[in-house]
Design a protein around this ligand. Sequence first.
Ligand code: AMP
Length: 217
Amino acid sequence: MNIILFGPPGAGKGTQAKALEEEMGMVQIATGDMLRAAVKAGTPLGLQAKQMMADGKLVPDGLMIDLIANRIREPDCARGFILDGFPRTIPQAEALTQMLTMENKPLCAVIELKVDENLLIERVSGRFSCAHCGTGYHKKFRQPKVEGVCDKCGHTEFACRADDNPESMKTRLAAYRDQSAPVLPYYMEKGLYCSVDGMAAAESVSKQIRDVLANRA
Ligand code: AMP
């Protein structure tokens, strides 16, 4: 099963993609994570993307389309994938349709996580993650069980994303409204669009997503 999780920054796409990956064995393809890895490794893509990401702007479509075109051809994608953070523009959505048709990997659903803007800002401004394994936490909503120690791997170093600051968040939300939200009608027309209440607790959102997928399988 191949799906898209869609929503603004802080909607919970990453959390839900990881839960689906564990429960259903599909692969999470998170373009933000791929770009952050490229920035860290200092690859040509990373060097091009670094400042745009820090400013909260979208990376050009051509670069993103090439990145995804290569990723979905990798063997692990044969067991199904969850796109998290792609497509974010109409040209990306159109290119994705073309490449999935060529690869014979049809989409099963595009699931929007609906969350009010106030909560998005609160979620993004408090999040941090384990610097070793990447497990995500939040100052208010999800603290490690033992303060300062990662629940999953036991490491004690944590990091915040460079773009999780109020200035960059403003630009990211504007990019979502102006460039990404218009992608939804594209998938409505194709009969692939569904939505869930992303304001609910993570487990409840996971259940809603599982129900959507059970109905479409
Ligand atoms: P994310 O982790 O999904 O919030 O993405 C972090 C940043 O990576 C975004 O603010 C953009 O700068 C960039 N990015 C990730 N995915 C895309 C995409 N599909 N198109 C353009 N830029 C992207």
